[in-house]
Design a protein around this ligand. Sequence first.
Ligand SMILES: Cc1cc2nc3c(=O)[nH]c(=O)nc-3n(C[C@H](O)[C@H](O)[C@H](O)COP(=O)(O)O)c2cc1C
Length: 507
Amino acid sequence: MNNDEIQITWNYHNGTKHPNGIFLMKPHFYDPALRPSPYKIYKTLKGISLPLDRNPTSSTLKTISGVIGQNESDNLPDLQSLGRILYFSSGITKTISFVGLGEFEFRAASCTGALYHIEIYLVCGDIPGLEAGVYHFDPKEMKLDQLRKGDFRGVLVKATADENYVKHAPVILVYTDIFTRNSIKYGTREYRHTFWDCGTIIANTLAMCNSHHFRTKVIMGFLDNTVNSLLDLNQEKEVSIALIPIGKANPTGAKEPTKIETLNLPTEPLSNYDYDDPEIAKIHLASSLTSPEQVLSWRSKNTSIQSYKSSTNGVVLEPKISEISRETPIETVIIKRGSTRKFSRESISFQQLSTIIHYSTRGVCIDFLQKYGDSIIDMYFIVNSVENLEPGTYYFDKKRNYLELLKEGIFRNEAMHLGLDQDIPGDGSVCVFFMTNLEKILAKLENRGYRAAQIEASILGGRFYLAAYSQNVGATGLTFYDDEVTEFFSPHSKDKNTMFMIVLGKK
Ligand SMILES: Cc1cc2nc3c(=O)[nH]c(=O)nc-3n(C[C@H](O)[C@H](O)[C@H](O)COP(=O)(O)O)c2cc1C
């Protein structure tokens, strides 16, 4: 299967559309009482305790919108800062008891079904407090398990075809997905959740790295098999999704070993279910990259999509600009964040909405976008109740920081329906749909373009969560009826596909 056989992506995407996608027709049963363990436990490794410092640092709005440029910072991570980055990305932030189901540990970032199928690994040279090695982050015990001893960063430099940020990074995080932990509930649609739930975590990681002034970039183009082998993954069950190099030091002198030994380290079962979805395996394989030349050519594609000229019927955003540094710190927001289960139908202010949109959308430093501020995602809004803003549907013109009015009217019932007939989008103040022109993206980035579009949308969605909570606005990710969303915003959105959805509002 090749990356250019894009029919495979279309089959997957169309086959997992709500309500009638053929892959969603397969009967399956999930008993929440038999929820898979959300922790990967290595049976024989002792682990190194991570320090946990939850003290607040920088303002959320600053950390989600800023970027550390080429020569702006030579701050380097140590064990202390890594503990913070990992905890505020994927650590346990609260425990809630549910009758009949027991205690659930909730994490720093939102995750479909609270199934927590994304794992984080760390590949580093010698850094203060931690020797060179390959590690797995255990959020349950707040520790790092050492899988390999020695400097293996050279493997990742090679796997990313000498990517500049990877080459200079003292530490590289690798995000993986254990499919069955989530597919047991969501079936084949799980592969979308791979990126949704990885993206919300990455939004936190990027913000935390900014708060420490570490240079970062999201890397989506890499040799899948090499990275998976380095992490000793059982690739039928768990695969690498994204890399994040952290910090800028001298280029790594680490040599690529001639052979990566298989470890087969024993773990507790990755999930209590042993069903591997063939359609997920198929699209993942078809979007894998297999040679350094392919990685290089993938990342060199020009992803810019013709800019659209919006009409003059709309409003310019009015975000908070002054004293942004004094806004709620990122750590405080992450601790208090949670998905809002019930909205009150009260209005949020236009300034709150403007601030959330403005600071969430400044840019994502990611390998398939040529420069910070570029994007392959378009945003469409249903406004139910925002002070001083006509209810209706809107398109966000990022260049002008402008909401173009598409259709005036009250669309609470339609919103409710589009969000899979749940009350949440009807009761919320605003629904946001992150869309892309998948046809154009696949023409440029082939099957791996699907991963690219999903992850960028989800990182933006994760930022909306953070920005909302920083403005005392509630938020929740939501799932949706794909084609009906496209129809609803048509003709404007007629060639676009929804990648992610979030609802904002008062609790
Ligand atoms: C992409 C995405 C889609 C979601 N879809 C729904 C949904 O359709 N209905 C719902 O009630 N919650 C939905 N959620 C919320 C999750 O159930 C919630 O994140 C999870 O229970 C973890 O709780 P927390 O976000 O409060 O930490 C979604 C979350 C995400 C990230």
